[in-house]
Design a binder for this molecule. Sequence first.
Ligand code: TYM
Length: 345
Amino acid sequence: MIFSEFIFNSTKKTMEIVVSGIRPTGNLHLGNYFGALKNFISMQNEHDCYFFIADYHSLTTHPTPHDLHGNVKQVLVEYLAAGLDPEKATLYIQSDVPETAELYLFLNMNAYIGELERCTSFKDKIRQQPQNVNAGLLTYPTLMAADIIIHKATKVPVGKDQEQHLEMTRQFANRFNRLYNVDYFPEPQAYNFGKSLVRIPGLLGSGKMGKSEGEGNAIFLADEPAAIRKKVMRAVTDSGPTIPNQEKPETIQNLFQLMSVVSSKDAVNHFNDLYNNCQIRYGDMKKQLAEDMIRFTTPFRERIKELLSDEAYISKVARMGKEKARASAAKTIQEVREIIGFKSF
Ligand code: TYM
């Protein structure tokens, strides 16, 4: 072993383990970026990171094979375009690590219908897709727990909407430890550098930015400037404040929150002062917001375009990630099998 490898391997051992993933359901939006991806990038230098594309999870909505494959590629490309480095972090596709599915099966034996039915994301899905309430939706939190604990992670960078899933992950990990009387799985925590978890609002007035929250609600990293202008100019507002320093309604607060992540402090203060003096013109604010979003997303869009055609590099990254992720997952599964009592004769 050469000296630099020795240093790398010995520091790696002491680094905290980080796991997170994003479902391949289309292009990544600003919510994914500010809620998760931005932290993936800052954590990759000082942690032992596993970032994956949650393609098993996306099967709950029955994508066609063609769409599934295209979306997985798109997310991998967007991970790279955003600055994830396959030499620093393990970047992999969930279905390349079938050990995850085995751990999911084990955890399902120890997850109860009542707690799964009470999960907020499950209740939301029942409302959104009443014609397709499948078992995969119900057991979504056990699959997510398997993703996290298969690498024995302690930190999980995610947005606010994943908080309950993390609570359930801790529950499943602790329950496994108790059932088998072992101190095997650590307790993973949702992580945002000690700050509260992020929730980026959408453009349609209420609710978070998301792909399934309606056309025009999300700004994607790959969006062309014209699309961004169009969506921002259509964002929901109201007729404006009538009393100085009036409290902002949710739709307006959302615009300010979006501005706070892509615009300068001066710009935010400027429109905030105008709001407080009842002189704000939302059209001007939206123009500024759209231009700042374009400025912010342009480097991503350009890099995404470049990388999409580099098939050789994409498959190299996927292969490298698969190998590293499987080595870690196989070790856990072997130990878990022994703990459970599956021993070879
Ligand atoms: P997904 O694919 O819906 O979202 C991926 C990440 O983006 C964050 N996010 C947001 N953050 C702030 N504001 C928003 N509007 C917003 N929209 C999305 C999410 O919180 C998430 O961090 N179940 C997960 C994927 C997953 C996973 C895992 C995550 C599967 N296994 C294991 C962590 C660890 C999901 O559906 O995220």
